[in-house]
Write a protein that binds this ligand. Structure first.
Ligand SMILES: Nc1ncnc2c1ncn2[C@@H]1O[C@H](COP(=O)(O)OP(=O)(O)OP(=O)(O)O)[C@@H](O)[C@H]1O
Length: 297
């Protein structure tokens, strides 16, 4: 579904250049539910904007659902945004109209596209669990319910890819969990590919894969390994059946990887490392003069 290779994005403001993505590699399969985490300023929103066709990358390769985003003309890019992706933002409610009902809010963007589909709007609100609140004005809904209206709107164009930027950023923990459950359900029931940018570490328990971005590059991945039972909650031996996570460093196309800072500190690495191949493992060590410990990977 998504292929990013060596993706670079440089913002130019006045005479200043900011390299927000520094040769990022990422592949997302159709039907995946995945999360992106990273410190503030690491490039998460920039990546999402590129995937959504809201902005163009500076260099590299980027294709989504078979569309090469470098080659699309401006009008093709508009079509791509309308037909292929759905967006959910942190403060979606700001883009909704408080004095209209949930139903009218969902119908509005359809109307703007020249298609008024009341039945579809009803269906979408049922889908996000707001069937009973359709007639309520937006201002009468809680933050979490408003966010669900926004998700219904994002689904209105039947997107192939749903992009969510901090979708749980302005709601409480319980509502955040409900919103993540909804993404999980949309993914499982309809095979929708979902990419969620978040600081919410609860996410790791709800998605198949979490990719960490550091300094504009993918640095590591947390993969979920299924427990032995589909649903561990019914089992007596919950620990044996629980999902586990495996953390992997990402090796890019040029053989580069980012080593966690704490590992480098542990071996007091400073600028240079010794690399040795020993049977099936590569050993990284501080230079001979300052060896304290070795780190095996
Ligand atoms: N339009 C822009 N013009 C100039 N620089 C920008 C622009 N957008 C982002 N940047 C810079 O690019 C870098 C990456 O920003 P980005 O918003 O992608 O990070 P982020 O990981 O989403 O951060 P946060 O978690 O705080 O939202 C930052 O240094 C940011 O200042």
């Amino acid at each position: 579904m998504i292929v990013c290779e060596n993706l670079v994005k440089i913002y130019k403001a006045n005479d200043l250049e900011v390299v927000a993505l520094q040769g990022l590699d990422l592949r997302v399969e159709t039907g995946e539910l995945m999360g992106i985490i990273g410190n503030s300023g690491s490039g998460k929103s920039t990546l999402l904007n590129m995937l959504g066709g809201l902005d163009r990358p500076s260099a590299g390769k980027l294709s989504v659902a078979g569309a090469d985003l470098f080659r699309l003309t401006t009008s093709e890019l508009v079509q791509y945004r309308l037909q292929t992706v759905g967006f959910v933002w942190q403060n979606n409610a700001r883009n909704l109209i408080p004095y209209l009902s949930a139903l009218q809010n969902v119908e509005m963007p359809m109307l703007l596209r020249g298609k008024r589909k009341r039945e579809r709007a009803h269906e979408l609100l049922e889908l996000v669990g707001l069937g009973h609140r359709k007639k309520n004005k937006l201002s009468e809904l809680s933050g979490g319910e408003q966010q669900r209206v926004a998700i219904a709107i994002a689904l209105a164009n039947e997107p192939k890819l749903l992009l969510a930027d901090e979708p749980t950023g302005s709601v409480d923990t319980r509502t955040a969990a409900m919103i993540l459950d909804l993404f999980q359900e949309l993914n499982r029931s309809f095979g929708l590919t979902v990419v969620i940018v978040t600081h919410d570490l609860e996410l790791a328990r709800k998605v198949d894969r979490v990719v960490a971005i550091r300094d504009g590059k993918t640095s590591s991945e947390l993969l979920r390994r299924k427990g032995t039972e589909e649903d561990s909650s019914d089992s007596w031996d919950e620990e044996a059946n629980a999902d586990t996570h495996e953390e992997l460093a990402v090796l890019d196309h040029a053989g580069r990887l980012q080593i966690p800072m704490e590992y480098l500190q542990a071996i007091q690495a400073d600028g240079k490392l010794r690399i040795e191949l020993e049977e099936d493992r590569i050993i990284l060590m501080a230079p001979v003069s300052s060896i304290k410990t070795d780190t095996r990977m």
